[in-house]
Design a protein around this ligand. Structure first.
Ligand SMILES: [Zn+2]
Length: 396
């Protein structure tokens, strides 16, 4: 692969120091070998891509999505806005279980096509690495199909994918009167079957969903099978998911809208990444996670879309950045770092989320002179070009 010289960069966000102006990035065999001022750049020997004064940032790392699903819940969205509660809608067959029914009925090919369409939107809006959860099967066969579709997305599209088994997303209707039976099935049957197809295991710890003790059992089984833990914690109420994440050494605690000062201290002390999803808080009209306090306490903070058909149907990171700055109180620089480097760290990557020698060439050129425009003009796609491992995505 020939060298690629990105020249004429008006503002370069490296995430290794202050943004640079009049910068150059050199990518060799898909990996960054130089990022710095044009005056220090090596002699140009390869192909040139002139950024013409535009801003350049690392590719987004979206560390929390549920994008493999079938069905449409726009009716439910309208009903919720008209005042019906999620509990009433779920009791009438809506909510997660409605998506479970549609997903079980979809073929592998339908699931792949639907997911790939969403992922193309993400790639075109600057996402280069993704986490994808199962959780709309709630039976062994469909959970496995979701994980396989997620892995196939990573093979067929120019995006890196990590997968998470979320069989503990809800109790399926066939186990409504036998929740212990479902938890046994998860631990003894579904998790071992899913483990070869997953990087992580996740549990929705919430009032009326899974308790801390139930989640601990599932995470312990996941750990035996080599799966790191990601925890849906403190989203709709405070139920102890964040403390559990700290106790078991989870990789991440996600949502955290109701996290307390004690939770924040525990997450920081145990190195659990806080994956924040302001799109869900926005869609539900609820409060946001305490993002500035998490950063001040020294937590790794990541921003993610939480792309799902019920509570956060975002297929682009730019509006998430905007919510993080306008509503959560992060600075533009903090939000961009969380959406790139924070996501990468929460997924265990040390080779992305920044632009410096050794990083993969996952890079986004914006149609704007500075990265602040992503937050300032959230209504349009400002991504001019996404590079995956140093190659333009439309030529892959
Ligand atoms: Zn989620």
């Amino acid at each position: 692969m020939s060298d690629l010289f990105l020249t004429g960069i008006g503002q370069l966000t490296t995430n290794t120091g202050a943004p640079l102006s009049d910068a150059v990035v050199v990518i060799e065999s898909g990996v960054v070998t130089f990022a710095g001022p044009s005056s220090d750049a090596p002699d140009q020997v390869g192909r040139r891509y002139d950024c013409e004064g535009r801003a350049v940032i690392p590719g987004f790392v979206d560390a929390h999505t549920h994008l493999v699903f079938a069905g449409d819940r726009s009716d439910e969205f309208a009903r919720r806005l008209a005042g019906e509660s999620y509990a009433d809608i779920a009791a009438a067959g809506g909510g997660i279980l409605a998506t479970v029914a549609s997903t079980r009925n979809a073929t592998d090919d339908e699931l792949f096509q639907l997911a790939a369409g969403r992922v193309w939107q993400m790639i075109q809006t600057g996402t280069t690495t993704l986490e994808i959860k199962s959780g709309y099967g709630l039976d062994r066969a469909t959970e496995l199909r979701q994980l396989e579709v997620a892995r196939r997305i990573g093979e067929k599209l120019p995006v890196t994918v990590k997968t998470t088994f979320l069989g503990a997303h809800s109790i399926p209707s066939e186990y409504r009167t036998d929740r212990q039976g479902y938890i046994d099935l998860l631990a003894e049957d579904m998790l071992p079957a899913a483990a070869p197809h997953a990087d992580y295991c996740d549990v929705f710890v919430e009032d009326g969903v899974f308790t801390v003790d139930e989640a601990r059992r599932i995470f312990e089984r996941g750990a035996e099978l080599g799966l790191g833990a990601r925890v849906h914690a403190e989203q709709l109420s405070h139920t102890g998911g964040a403390q559990l994440a700290a106790e078991i050494g989870a990789v991440s605690a996600d949502h955290l809208d109701h996290a307390t000062e004690d939770d924040i201290r525990a997450l920081a002390a145990s190195g659990v990444a806080a994956v924040l999803v302001p799109g869900a808080s926005y869609t539900l009209g609820s409060g946001h996670a305490p993002a500035p306090s998490l950063l001040e306490a020294g937590c790794i903070v990541a921003l993610a879309t939480d792309c799902n058909p019920g509570t956060s149907y975002f297929e682009s990171m730019a509006p998430i950045l905007s919510l993080a700055v306008v509503q959560m109180g992060l600075t533009v620089e903090q939000a961009i770092a969380a959406a790139t480097l924070g996501g990468a760290r929460s997924l265990g990557f040390s080779d992305r989320g920044y632009i410096a020698p050794g990083a993969v060439g996952d890079i986004v050129v914006l149609d704007a002179p500075s990265a602040a425009h992503l937050v300032y003009r959230p209504g349009v796609n400002l991504v001019r070009q996404t590079f995956k491992s140093g190659t333009e995505i439309d030529s892959i």
